[in-house]
Design a protein. Structure first.
Length: 163
C-alpha cells in the first residue's frame, strides 16, 4: 500500500518493486476526482508499462463519476496493452499482460489479491495511509490496508479449509 498518486511517484514505486524481482506485478490504482485531469492517461501508461496486471479503480472521486475518471485513464493503458480482463476472469488468475476496470475500490483490491500467485507483488497505490474515501461531499471510512488484510485472511481461511 503506497500513497503514490502522481505520475512520478507511481513510476518510482513501480521501479522499486521491479528491483525486488517479483514474478509479476499487479498494480491497483485510481486518480482523484476534481484534480489534475491531464495526468490521468499518463498514470495509466506508467502503470501498464511497469505492471503485468493493472486494475483501475476509484480513488477519491469527489464530485466526478468514478467511471468517467477511469475512462480518462484507459487511453494511457491501451497505449501499452489491449488485453482487458473482467473481474470474473481474474477470479481464476491471469496469464497475459492486461488490465481491468473496477470502480468499486474494495472489489478492485480483492480482485487484485485473488489474481496473485506466490511470488507476485500487489501494489495498491494512491491512498496509502488515508482512512477515508471522498465520494461527493462525504468522507466515508475506507482503508486500503484493512481491505487488503481482510482479503488475505479470507484467502488463508480458504487454503486452510482445502487442506
Amino acid at each position: 500500500v503506497d500513497y503514490a498518486h502522481t505520475p512520478d511517484a507511481l513510476e518510482n514505486v513501480l521501479k522499486a518493486l521491479k528491483r525486488l524481482a517479483p514474478e509479476r506485478i499487479i498494480c491497483i490504482f485510481g486518480c482523484g476526482g476534481n484534480r489534475d485531469k491531464a495526468k490521468r492517461p499518463l498514470m495509466g501508461q506508467i502503470a501498464a508499462a511497469s505492471s503485468d496486471l493493472t486494475i483501475v479503480t476509484s480513488d477519491n472521486p469527489r464530485s466526478e463519476k468514478p467511471g468517467d475518471i477511469i475512462d480518462q485513464i484507459l487511453p494511457g493503458i491501451r497505449r501499452i496493452c489491449q488485453n482487458e480482463y473482467t473481474v470474473r476472469e481474474l477470479n481464476h488468475g491471469f496469464t497475459h499482460k492486461g488490465y481491468c476496470r473496477e470502480p468499486d475500490r474494495k472489489r478492485a483490491i480483492q480482485t487484485g489479491i485473488r489474481a496473485a500467485k506466490p511470488g507476485d507483488m500487489v501494489l495498491i497505490a494512491g491512498k496509502g495511509h488515508e482512512t477515508y474515501q471522498i465520494i461527493g461531499d462525504t468522507s466515508n471510512p475506507f482503508d486500503d490496508r484493512a481491505v487488503a488484510q481482510s482479503m488475505l485472511s479470507t484467502l488463508q481461511t480458504e487454503v486452510d479449509y482445502q487442506r
